[in-house]
Design a protein around this ligand. Structure first.
Ligand code: SAH
Length: 257
C-alpha cells in the first residue's frame, strides 16, 4: 500500500472506531449471554488469567471481572478502545484486575500455556473462526477453556440475497454443526453451544446505533465516507430484520483437549 492509500485507510479506520466508541457494545451480545457462557466454566480463581480478545471498549470484559476473581487482559487493535476499556474498569473500581493491551489477534504476545480462559465475543471473524481457534490453542493451559461468539447459519438453505451479503462480508459464516466440527478439529472438546437471542442484535446493537448515527453525521458534516458508512450500517440492520431467522451469533464454549 502506498503512503497516500495508507493514510486514507487509517483515516477511515479511525472514523469507524469513533463511531463504535459512541456505543456501549461494538457487536451483538448481552450481559446475560456472557454470564450464561461463563456458567459452563469452572475452576477460575484469583490466580487465573483470562484474555478477552477483540474486547472493544470492554462491555463483556467488565462482566467477566464482576463474575470471576480472575485477572483479565483485554486485547484490541484500536488504542482508543483500549483507553475506554481502562476508563470503564476504573469507573467500576476494577482496574487492578483488568489490563488493556493494543495488539493484533493474529500476533499475540501471551506465553505458551499461560491462559486459563480465552474469551472473544464478535471478533474472531477478523481472522476467521477456524484459523483463530488453531492459532490461539497453544496459549491455553491444558484443560483451559475457550468461549467465542461467531456468525452462523441457522438453516441449511437460505435466500440468495442474504447468502451473497454474508459471503461478501464474512465467507467464514457456516452452520453451527460445521463450526462444532471445526472447533473439535482445532483441538477442543465441546462444553456447550447456544444461540444468542434476537435482542442481542436489536435492543443491544442496532437500536442504540440510531442515536449514534445522528451524532456521527452531525460531527462529520459533508464527509462522504461517513455518509456511506452510516448507510451501510442501516442496510446491515435492515438485512437482519428481514433475514434474522436464517442467521445469528452462536456461543461456542470448548475445553483444550
Ligand atoms: N467484543 C466486543 C467488540 C466486538 S467488535 C463486543 O462484543 O462489544 C470487534 C473488535 O475486534 C473491535 O473492537 C475491533 O477493533 C477488534 N479487532 C479487529 N481486528 C482486530 C485484530 N486484528 N486484532 C485485535 N482486535 C481486532
Amino acid at each position: 500500500m502506498n503512503e497516500e492509500n495508507n493514510s486514507i485507510h487509517n483515516f477511515d479506520f479511525n472514523l469507524i472506531c469513533d463511531y463504535f466508541s459512541l456505543l456501549k457494545r461494538q457487536g451483538p451480545g448481552s450481559s446475560e449471554t456472557t454470564i450464561k457462557a461463563l456458567s459452563f466454566i469452572d475452576n477460575l480463581t484469583t490466580e487465573s488469567k483470562i484474555a478477552d480478545i477483540g474486547c472493544g471498549t470492554g462491555s463483556q470484559t467488565m462482566i467477566l471481572a464482576q463474575h470471576t476473581r480472575a485477572n483479565i487482559v483485554g486485547v484490541d487493535l484500536f488504542p482508543g478502545f483500549i483507553n475506554q476499556l481502562i476508563q470503564n474498569a476504573e469507573k467500576l473500581g476494577l482496574q487492578h484486575r483488568i489490563k488493556g493491551v493494543v495488539e493484533s489477534m493474529d500476533n499475540l504476545s501471551f506465553k505458551n500455556e499461560s491462559l486459563d480462559l480465552i474469551w472473544s465475543e464478535g471478533a474472531i471473524y477478523n481472522i476467521g473462526f477456524s484459523s483463530g481457534l488453531k492459532l490461539w490453542h497453544h496459549l491455553l493451559k491444558k484443560g483451559g477453556y475457550i468461549a467465542i461468539t461467531d456468525a452462523c447459519w441457522f438453516s441449511d438453505k437460505r435466500p440468495i440475497e442474504i447468502e451473497n451479503y454474508w459471503l461478501d462480508d464474512y465467507p467464514g459464516i457456516d452452520t453451527v454443526g460445521n463450526k462444532v466440527k471445526q472447533m473439535e478439529s482445532a483441538g477442543y472438546s465441546m462444553v456447550a453451544v447456544f444461540d444468542l437471542p434476537e435482542s442481542c442484535w436489536t435492543e443491544n446493537y442496532y437500536h442504540p446505533q440510531k442515536e449514534a448515527q445522528k451524532v456521527f453525521l452531525q460531527r462529520n458534516k459533508r464527509n462522504k465516507f461517513v455518509q456511506s458508512f452510516v448507510v451501510n450500517q442501516q442496510q446491515e440492520a435492515e438485512m437482519y430484520e428481514k433475514y434474522k431467522s436464517y442467521y445469528g451469533y452462536t456461543f461456542f464454549i470448548g475445553k483444550k483437549s
